[in-house]
Write a protein that binds this ligand. Structure first.
Ligand code: AMP
Length: 400
């Protein structure tokens, strides 16, 4: 099912409400990573070039329905204005008569940014009155906030019942093309690398990707539940004993489907890990079984070499989730080696959001990957095969 994008509609002279994902990290009022703002620019620029009247909205942080000055979108307006080289009027609220008055003064090709929609409880509860108040500011709707597309909130779903047309921006279009199209009909071999803490969080993704991938590589703490399923010992490593059967079922499905399923062959393990202090008393590499008293915190050099070999022969690679506790320097080698391998591979490389994007950026190879998703939860839900409410609510493209 294809959805309409801003390329399918003419929005000149119309007031267009654009839901962006400006949920950027702030430190003392300063934006510390502006990737999400940069990702929104093509859509905004296209609307400006079309002479639309652009009304931007977004959430920032979790103000829980209250005004929290530290979570104001004011710094975003400044950043946008310098990136677009044109003024962006910041409006200190997002609904109500005063906002309507200010919005009415926006001319063709001009831009305004509303205050944080989550300052109202109606945003997250998808309240109808709040949705109507937002919709009253505009004639048409564009959703480009992939990061929140898995939430049916007023500004991502509610407003679509009161505005027409409702289309996607370029960012959502690109996210769907890479996370959807390129993984549904991949250039083969298609290798998937999954990591992170829990099998239970990613089992639906594994299940879905077992239908599409040629190879699935597992790292991170998730791998220890698979190791238990294969009858290996894992010492004190993080695992989910209640999901051993889930892991076994995934291994069996892989075998039945002829999907290569690769687990780490060696691990870095430590004693007396203190996450907060980033410290431990001793460390050691284990091949195969991990002894009692030791906790696995990263994949080892042999696993890195094995994973590299797999990626080298892949034409499409999708990566989501760290290979170890990458927040601690001594445990980040596996994650960074995978980041470098994926980025430098001669393949279509798709990074499925969250920690993997963080790791790719920290590794300095961000400009080498084909596509980095801006969504964490949204990308996972989409990869699970779920319909995202913020996408599903948009107009469908019928073959004309
Ligand atoms: P997730 O949100 O499921 O992608 O998991 C990310 C988290 O998994 C990160 O905070 C990592 O520190 C953690 N993680 C990865 N490998 C391990 C491990 N071997 N032991 C404990 N935590 C891990």
């Amino acid at each position: 099912m294809a959805i309409k994008t801003i390329k399918d509609v003419h929005l000149a002279g119309m007031r267009v409400l654009v839901r962006c994902d400006f949920n950027v990290p702030l430190k003392e009022g300063e934006i510390t990573d502006d990737s999400r703002i940069i990702a929104a620019i093509p859509t905004i620029q296209h609307l400006v070039d079309q002479s639309a009247r652009v009304i931007l909205c977004s959430h920032l942080g979790r103000p829980k329905g209250k005004q929290v000055s530290e979570m104001s979108l004011a710094p975003i307006a400044e950043s946008l204005s310098s990136k677009l080289s044109q003024p962006v009027t910041f409006i200190e609220d997002c609904i109500g008569p005063a906002v309507e008055e200010e919005v009415s003064r926006i001319g063709d090709g001009e831009i305004a940014l509303l205050e944080n929609v989550r300052f109202y409880p109606g945003e997250e509860s998808n309240d109808q009155d709040f949705s109507i108040s937002l919709a009253e500011l505009a004639d048409a709707y564009v959703n480009d906030a992939f990061g929140t597309a898995h939430r049916a909130h007023a500004s991502t779903e509610g407003v679509t019942h009161h505005l027409s047309p409702c289309v996607s921006g370029f960012l959502i279009e690109k996210e769907l093309a890479y996370l959807g199209g390129k993984t549904a009909n991949p250039e083969r071999p298609f290798t998937v690398i999954l990591g992170g803490a829990k099998v239970s969080d990613k089992i639906k993704v594994i299940d879905e990707l077992l239908e599409k991938a040629d190879t699935i590589i597992i790292g991170g703490a998730m791998a220890y539940t698979f190791a238990l399923a294969e009858g290996r010992s894992i010492g004190e490593s993080l695992s989910e004993k209640e999901h051993i059967s889930t892991a076994k079922a995934a291994l069996e499905k892989a075998k039945a489907k002829g999907v290569k399923f690769i687990l780490p062959v060696d691990n870095l393990a430590v004693k007396d890990l203190d996450f907060k202090a980033s410290s431990f008393s001793d460390s050691k590499y284990f091949e195969g079984n991990i002894e009692d008293g030791w906790e696995g915190v990263d994949i080892g050099p042999k696993s890195i070499a094995l994973f590299k070999e797999e990626v080298a022969s892949a034409k499409t690679v999708l990566w989501n989730g760290p290979m170890g506790i990458f927040e601690i320097d001594a445990c980040n080698k596996g994650t960074f080696a995978v980041a470098e391998t994926v980025a430098q591979g001669e393949c279509i490389s798709i990074i499925g959001g969250g920690d993997s994007v963080k790791a790719i950026k920290m590794s300095g190879f961000a400009d080498k990957v084909t596509f980095m998703s801006t969504g964490g939860g949204a990308s996972l839900e989409f990869l699970e095969g779920k319909e995202l409410p913020g996408v599903y609510a948009l107009d469908i493209k019928h073959n004309e």
